[in-house]
Ligand binder design. Structure first.
Ligand code: IPM
Ligand code: MG
Length: 356
């Protein structure tokens, strides 16, 4: 039996509800594949501010650093909106990403056949869409210094070094080699110096991956192309803020933001988190879609533990549940046989895994 220590951070809003379902599914997978998961729970975000007065207590960062992987729900909410920026829940997540060195954020956007009609985009545009957004996660405007908010003036700094660009570019090319062998670098090189550097460095890295085609696209065009003809993309490589925005856009192509998982890797320990936020407006109602969270657990099995069969087992069970017409409210506009609660979806997925 293989043993894994998982640092669990449920967070705020719908975080606890969806993480519970991921754990339910993981426990079923553990039984089936003879794995042993040891969950250690830590606070981050608003929940940590309430108890420790800070969004990332040192014990949480240490717990994460001493684990094999971090399974994270979501953070934030109106209750903490007025606190100073460095004490906001979001600052906790950014510090965790930085503290773990998780510079590469993989955000797969895959259209499930069963949900083609659930998207706001026409079905024929969606055929064959399978995109991997590779988002730089520990640089750019999110972390650049100097930054300041004064009374009548405020500024942030977008800064990248060639080392930061090179390491994320390698992740993108390696991902593309296992996929459709195409990388689209998304930037704003017609305006920004940082984007010019990205183009130079990425073009050099591309020389080591002759089997992968490199294409460059301005971010405004890319956001338009994503809804016009999303199947032209394979791997989208981009900096932090552009990746944040484009991955939300990509999620709506797939039908709901409640479906997209992510893996934040490259450092000592990876973070596995849905791309969506804490959705305070629906928290506690049992209606949140747990699928992005459950698929993030699958990514954890794949990337952190190299348990590919177990990861695929979860992904197949998710597909089967969608095929059976079990849907949370967010994807119930088409093909829903039964509108389910967060907990019911988790149980359906778990039962399929157990019965297979
Ligand atoms: C995400 C989120 C975060 C980000 C927030 C919560 C800081 O939007 O993971 O996409 O901007 O990275
Ligand atoms: Mg985001």
């Amino acid at each position: 039996m293989k043993h894994y220590k998982i640092c669990v951070i449920k967070g705020d809003g719908i975080g606890p509800e969806i993480v519970d379902e991921a754990i339910k599914v993981l426990d079923t997978v553990a039984n089936k594949f003879d794995l042993d998961f040891n969950y250690e729970h830590y606070l981050m975000g608003g929940a940590a501010i309430d108890v420790f007065g800070e969004p990332l207590p040192s014990e949480t960062l240490e717990g994460a650093l001493n684990s094999d992987a971090v399974l994270f729900g979501a953070i934030g909410g109106p209750k903490w909106d007025d606190v100073e920026r460095h004490l906001r829940p979001e600052s906790g997540l950014l510090k965790l990403r930085k503290g773990l060195g998780a510079f590469a954020n993989l955000r797969p956007a895959l259209v499930f056949d069963e949900l083609v009609e659930a998207s706001t985009i026409k079905p024929d545009v969606l055929k064959g869409v399978d995109i991997m957004v590779v988002r730089e996660l520990t640089g750019g405007l999110y972390f650049g210094e100097p930054r300041e908010k004064q009374i009548d003036k405020a500024y942030n700094t977008m800064i990248y070094t060639s080392d930061e660009i090179r390491r994320i570019a390698k992740v993108a090319f390696e991902a593309a080699q296992k996929r459709d062998k195409k990388v689209t670098l998304v930037d704003k090189a017609n305006v920004l110096e940082t984007s010019q550097l990205w183009r130079e460095v990425v073009s050099l890295v591309a020389k080591d991956y002759e089997d992968v085609a490199l294409e460059m696209m301005y971010v405004d065009n890319a956001s338009m192309q994503l809804v016009r003809n999303p199947s032209q993309f394979d791997v989208i490589l981009t900096e932090n803020l552009f990746g944040d925005i484009l991955s939300d856009e990509a999620s709506m192509i797939c039908g709901s933001i409640g479906l997209l998982p992510s893996a934040s890797i490259g450092g000592k320990v990876g973070i596995y988190e849905p791309i969506h936020g804490s959705a305070p407006d629906i928290a506690g109602q049992g209606i949140a879609n747990p699928i992005a969270m459950i698929l993030s657990a699958a990514m954890m099995l794949r990337y952190a533990f190299e348990e590919e069969a177990a990861a695929q087992c979860i992904e197949n069970a998710v597909k089967k549940v969608l095929k059976s017409g079990y849907r949370t409210k967010d994807i119930s506009n088409f093909g829903a046989k039964e509108i389910c609660s967060t907990e019911e979806i988790g149980t359906h997925i778990s039962n399929i895994i157990a019965d297979e």
